[in-house]
Ligand binder design. Structure first.
Ligand code: ADP
Ligand code: MG
Length: 252
């Protein structure tokens, strides 16, 4: 199968501090890859380099075989990489439907958006998205009235509307209730059937829900270990790195 992403010997230095240190990574098209690691491991920087927000100090990122070196952020987005940031970025003064309408029309020219009524195919697309993200009951509500988890799902829907080939999501479960964490997890699993996705995650419960394939563990800017969730969880080094960070759960 074709590699959608190949990263070779990637290093990112901030004033001599290596946020990423000789990192190597590859994933197949169609994969849902979970990347975990303690705070400061370099997870967000990893996404920053893929999206062109940060330039590598050395090494390279190949997307569908193409070197992304020196390609500006907005062009990388156009090449088919969509990113969901940690905090939702939806238009709070617009309704759920209006938010989705906006992105569905963004790629067409201004005149057709201004002077034509939405075509039925477009309406279907928006309705389909609303259903996918599970916000049917809230379509006409202002986005400001959504819960944090619902906003996360709306923003994931807005990303999907742009049909990216690779979807990057940074800690989508952070700050969510258990119920919303499960909803977001179910949404990512549904999207994984037709998208390549990298989900960065800190929360182990959430990882267990969505990681049915390869998991990559980052530590100090490099890949510490890769494998199934079971393999990774039983890896001595991974246990050490996570125990060094968080206090054990009571009762364990
Ligand atoms: P994670 O997302 O895994 O918590 P980050 O990628 O945000 O980790 O950060 C990795 C390390 O790089 C941290 O030690 C952080 O302080 C440092 N870092 C990130 N961005 C910058 C920056 N712009 N300037 C200096 N240091 C940075
Ligand atoms: Mg981060």
């Amino acid at each position: 199968m074709e590699n959608i992403l190949e990263i070779e010997n990637l290093t990112v230095s901030f004033d001599g501090f290596k946020a990423l240190n000789n990192l190597n990574f590859r994933m197949n098209a169609g994969e849902l890859r979970v990347v975990i690691g303690p705070n400061g491991a370099g997870k967000t920087t990893f996404l920053d380099v893929i999206t062109g927000k940060v330039q590598p100090t050395s090494g390279c990122v190949l997307f569908k075989g193409r070197n992304l070196q020196n390609i500006p952020e907005f062009k990388i987005a156009r090449l088919g990489i969509g990113r969901k940031f940690q905090t939702p970025r939806v238009y709070l003064n617009l309704t759920v439907r209006e938010n989705l309408d906006l992105v569905c029309n963004r790629n067409k020219n201004v005149f057709s958006t201004l002077f034509s009524r939405p075509k039925s195919a477009e309406r279907r697309t928006v309705s389909g998205l609303i259903e996918t993200v599970g916000l049917e009951a809230k379509v006409d509500l202002s986005a400001s009235l959504l819960s944090h988890g619902e906003k996360q799902r709306l923003e994931i829907g807005m990303l999907v509307a742009q049909s990216p080939d690779l979807l990057l999501v940074d800690e989508p479960a952070a700050g969510l209730t258990d119920e919303e964490t499960e909803n977001v997890g179910a949404l990512l699993l549904a999207l994984a059937e037709s998208h390549s996705i990298i989900a960065i995650e800190h929360d182990m419960e959430f990882v267990r829900q969505i990681a049915n394939n390869q998991v990559t563990v980052l530590h100090q800017g490099s890949v510490l270990c890769e494998g199934t969730m079971d393999e990774v969880q039983n890896d001595e080094q991974v246990i050490e790195v996570y125990l060094g960070e968080a206090p054990p759960t009571p009762g364990e």
